[in-house]
Design a protein around this ligand. Structure first.
Ligand SMILES: [Zn+2]
Length: 699
């Protein structure tokens, strides 16, 4: 592809100077990228150099005159592309967690170039022939189980990228992949722009009605960060807008905040995502057709535990009816409160969280403002570390002086029970306007043993509202679960013990990857953890026993709502990608029709509406795979029961088996095989329904 080389040359003319950290050795001090010296202007040259280097490495593998062997082909591929992985990981850390105009611009430029680069490699004729030969003759080679899996994954990866297609189809598929990369970048930048440009300024005591101290402090801090010192501001970060919707007694302001929140990417104008979605959905359908699948969902799920759209729909449908019934019963109970208060209105979407708070207080004798002072960010981080210590023998030591991308980022060295270095963990916890919304885990380097004992550099990014000057940052119970969730992903990368990068850590199937994260949330919800780490921010007193009991009993409260808002997103995602043809696709109409078909309660909004559904449209990894959380939940509910059955949630034998078969195993074996090795069988959805308190309900 000549035009790619031209573009690479164009890129290379920009700052390839010797002060560019990407052309220097970083292997000292744990191999941490020198964030203090990396500037946006370094990326263009670094990418251009990395693309060219990787291309030359792969060309040499493909042109090797020797007959293909695992070592000269698969291992050689695994050893290639180091420079690209390095610049890519650093760039994505910044573009996700601390972006700016220069990085946004480079992101738009690099996305299609990256797609072009990978197209060229993954569709390379000679390379595919070598891999195909190895794959066909795989029984002839003395491969370890892990090597066999890596070979099979490479073969599948190339096939799914179109390596076996005729030249014309390859060309069309390559164009689709490039275009999708640009569209995904534009989608996520539009959402970010809508989040950055909106703030609900609260002016005076009347606007603050109902807001507890922690929320006022966070709103003051958010206003300060947005250049509005002395005011209070609600932003579209979940940890800002959700508590506002829960506490504000100003119905008019709740409506304003909710409408802004759910209109992200749907506001008309330059940052509207609807046309992008239409194009993406059509291109994905075409991609699937070219590769011989009836729909994108069939293509996507063929490489997942679920295997087929029917299997996914079966699970989602089974849970939908009881979830909806539970939500409607709660809605009626809340409408009764509205009536009793003399409110002359029908409960609306902006009322749900507020009245759910009142209903929870009535039913469970529990309110968020009482609970929150017991959930200090720093103590919950300690709780996550403590749990990792009890389960896997890991310890965490705070490190200073490690270069990071923002002053709020903290770094810990991770050691195992024998005090051996296992990697570094970076925690970036606070919301800021340079950060995309949501919470995620990523790596700056993956564990592997092919190039020596390479230890991982693992990152958690969250969007908690920072407390004002000097005060401890307080979390909701849900925030604390998010912290444990992302830390579970981090452990999957930190505990990883495989040889090959392709299947290291979280490089696994999407409907398996949420198991280590969701499973980890269970330990936060154990009395033995909460007694020690849920201590009051002012008095230092542990959470009182009866509050603890009420908190845990309340876990099934409002689960109808939580399940419905999640499932609606998962079902719409599946529906959108189940169309054989998506010409003239109109997402507004489609969303309405899809929700009408499932009987979506009018008072509940999908957890992610399509126009800001980053999982599905900001990239391709969760497209028609948002169901993965529930698929993994079927397993996590059942997996945690193994500890309960052992009579100890830290049972050493169960923990060792969990480490070996789940957290350390990466993608070294088929996930169903890994799960069975841990549990002796595959699970059914019953434990999930019980945990959500939905097993007694029917639609
Ligand atoms: Zn996750």
């Amino acid at each position: 592809m000549a035009d790619m080389n031209q573009q690479n040359q164009a890129l290379a003319t920009v700052d390839g100077g010797s002060d560019n950290p990407f052309f220097q050795d970083w292997s000292g001090r744990f191999g941490v990228p020198p964030f203090d010296r990396i500037k946006p202007e370094h990326f263009r040259a670094a990418f251009a150099h990395a693309f060219a280097e990787h291309e030359a490495e792969v060309a040499a593998i493909a042109a090797d005159p020797a007959a293909p062997t695992f070592a000269n082909t698969i291992e050689a591929l695994e050893l290639s592309g180091d420079a690209l992985a390095r610049v890519d990981d650093v760039f994505h850390a910044l573009s996700g967690a601390h972006t700016n105009d220069a990085i946004l611009e480079i992101e738009r430029e690099i996305a299609p170039l990256t797609a072009q680069h990978w197209n060229k490699i993954l569709m390379d004729e000679a390379l595919f022939r070598r891999v195909e030969t190895l794959y066909r003759e795989r029984d002839r080679f003395a491969l370890t189980a892990e090597q066999r899996r890596v070979l099979e994954r490479y073969h599948l990866k190339l096939t799914r990228a179109g390596a076996a297609l005729d030249p014309a189809s390859k060309q069309r598929l390559a164009a689709i992949t490039e275009r999708l990369a640009s569209l995904g970048t534009a989608f996520s930048q539009n959402v970010l722009a809508d989040e950055q440009s909106y703030v609900l300024v609260l002016d005076g005591e009347a606007d603050l009605a109902g807001l507890p101290d922690f929320l006022r402090a966070a709103a003051r801090e958010a206003a300060e960060e947005r250049g509005l010192p002395g005011k209070h501001a609600i932003t579209l970060a979940r940890s800002s807008v959700e508590p506002f919707l829960q506490f504000s007694s100003r119905r008019d302001l709740r409506e304003k905040a909710l409408r802004a929140w759910i209109a992200r990417g749907d506001g008309g104008g330059e940052t509207d995502n609807k046309a992008l979605i239409a194009e993406m959905v059509a291109l994905r359908a075409e991609r699937a057709r070219l590769l011989g699948y009836p729909t994108f969902a069939h293509y996507r799920l063929d490489d997942a535990m679920a295997k087929t759209p029917e299997a996914v729909r079966g699970l989602l449908d089974r849970v939908w009816a009881p979830a909806r019934a539970g939500a409607l019963a709660d809605r009626d109970a809340m409408q009764a409160i509205v009536q009793a208060e003399g409110g002359n209105f029908e409960l609306a979407a902006w009322d749900w969280r507020y009245y759910a708070g009142l209903l929870r207080k009535a039913r469970c004798d529990l309110d968020e403002a009482t609970v929150k002072p017991y959930f200090q960010l720093d103590r919950i981080i300690e709780a996550a570390f403590h749990t990792a210590n009890r389960l896997f023998g890991l310890s965490f030591e705070r490190l200073d002086g490690i270069p990071v991308w923002h002053q709020d980022v903290r770094v810990w060295e991770v050691r195992d029970a024998a005090r051996r270095h296992r990697g570094l963990f970076f925690g970036d916890y606070f919301a800021r306007s340079s950060k995309h919304s949501g919470a995620w885990m990523t790596t700056l380097r993956d564990q592997q043993k092919l190039e020596g004992d390479i230890r991982p550099l693992v990152v958690n990014v969250m969007n908690f509202s920072k407390a004002g000057e000097g005060g401890p940052t307080l979390l909701s119970f849900d925030d604390a679960k998010t912290l444990f969730h992302e830390f579970g992903h981090a452990l999957h990368a930190l505990v990883s013990d495989v040889t090959y990068p392709l299947i290291s850590g979280t490089n696994v199937l999407t409907d398996w990857v949420e198991l280590p994260s969701q499973l980890y949330e269970h330990w936060l919800q154990r009395p033995e953890i909460l007694r020690e780490f849920a201590v009051h921010c002012d008095t230092g007193e542990p959470i009182p026993e009866n509050l603890l009991r009420r908190l845990l009993d309340a876990r099934t409260f409002n689960q109808g709502f939580a399940t419905v808002e999640y499932l609606a997103s998962a079902l719409v995602d599946l529906d959108v990608h189940s169309q054989p043809d998506a010409e003239n696709f109109d997402i507004t109409h489609f969303e309405q029709a899809s929700l009408a078909r499932i009987g979506m309660p009018a008072e509940i909004v999908m957890r992610h509406r399509p126009t800001h559904f980053a999982h599905v449209f900001a990239g391709n990894s969760y497209a028609s795979a948002y169901y993965s959380y529930m698929w993994s939940e079927v397993m996590d509910a059942d997996a945690f029961a193994a500890f309960e059955e052992a009579g100890d949630v830290f049972d050493a034998r169960t923990a060792a088996s969990l480490r070996d078969n789940v957290y350390a195993a990466g993608g070294s074996r088929d996930p169903a095989e890994l799960y069975t090795a841990f549990r002796g069988r595959l699970p059914t959805p019953d434990a999930l329904l019980r945990r959500r308190g939905l097993s007694e309900l029917t639609g």
